[in-house]
Write a protein that binds this ligand. Structure first.
Ligand SMILES: [Zn+2]
Ligand SMILES: [Zn+2]
Ligand SMILES: [Zn+2]
Length: 286
């Protein structure tokens, strides 16, 4: 079997990892949810010596959300990319941006004790409140939360520089499996909340926001914190809405996901096991 390749949304950063890949796991910790802007992250692990950046390593930005595991992202497009750091001879890469089927499938949900209140795990994969027994890795307390606002849901990036409040109505909550979302978020799917155009107010940090628009794409723009890479809300003038990456929420927005979209582009290693409606591409209604 040849190497498994991955790349970011803008294509500037690319990497490969050589089989045999060992295992894949979903992480629901607060740091992963913020870094990926989604319900959970998914990483696949293989021998460290089989990993290399094939281009763009100089364009990888890093933010030390914990002492030993920098959050790494493409400085141009904000996509989650591998850190390149090994752990016990293994290296983990985000599964969402892989361009090839890694061959392995998820064996665990970890840090389920920190999972998002708006996301229910529906598959039969083993669940652990933190690391599975026997894993020798340091654990850090979940990120401290600021007091909830009197009304609306609050969100922030992983470094805390950017904070916002959702004051508009939840118009739609959905999981998107398109390849752009998988690359931009480095995850199985994006989980987004749509609210009104003026439905998000930034409390601080707008000077840290960067955006990247996919050339030729009608809607696709990624907005992220330039310091930590976390996806942040973005205003969509054409559709008259603001899109909130749900992983960045610090409080429960109340609304729950109602559908999966672009499932024709879904990752081969991810099975949808809930009973929400599925659409092959973009449904006709927002
Ligand atoms: Zn990029
Ligand atoms: Zn995590
Ligand atoms: Zn940040």
């Amino acid at each position: 079997m040849s190497t498994i390749g991955g790349s970011c949304l803008c294509g500037e950063v690319a990497w490969e990892i050589a089989p045999p890949l060992q295992f894949m796991a979903h992480c629901h910790c607060g740091r992963c949810r913020k870094a990926h802007g989604s319900a959970f992250s998914t990483a696949v692990f293989g021998p460290a010596e089989g990993f290399r950046f094939t281009r763009g390593e100089a364009g990888v930005a890093r933010y030390a959300s914990t002492p030993d595991n920098p959050r790494s992202f493409c400085a141009r497009c904000g996509s989650v990319v591998p850190s390149g750091q090994s752990w016990n001879g293994l290296i983990g890469v985000p599964a969402g941006p892989l361009d090839d089927d890694p061959g392995v499938r998820p064996i665990a949900h970890i840090f389920v004790g920190s999972k998002a209140p708006w996301y229910d795990i529906s598959d039969g994969v083993a669940r652990y409140d933190a690391y599975p027994p026997g894993v020798d890795a340091p654990e850090f307390p979940d990120l401290a939360r600021e007091p909830a606002p009197a009304t609306g849901a609050a969100g922030s990036c992983i470094c805390g520089a950017v904070r916002y409040i959702v004051t508009g109505p939840p118009l739609r909550v959905q999981h998107c499996h398109c390849s752009r979302c998988r690359k931009a978020r480095g995850a199985a799917h994006a989980s987004n909340l749509f609210t009104s155009f003026d439905g998000v107010g930034f409390m601080r940090g707008t000077e840290r926001l960067r955006s990247y628009s996919v050339p030729g794409a009608r809607f696709y723009t990624q907005v992220f914190c330039d310091t930590c890479g976390s996806p942040m809300p973005r205003r969509d003038e054409e559709r008259g809405i603001t899109l909130v990456p749900m992983g960045s929420l610090d409080t429960d927005p109340g609304a729950r996901p109602t559908r999966h979209i672009y499932v024709a582009s879904k990752a081969p290693w991810y099975d949808i096991t809930d009973d929400l409606p599925q659409f092959a591409e973009m449904p006709p209604t927002l």
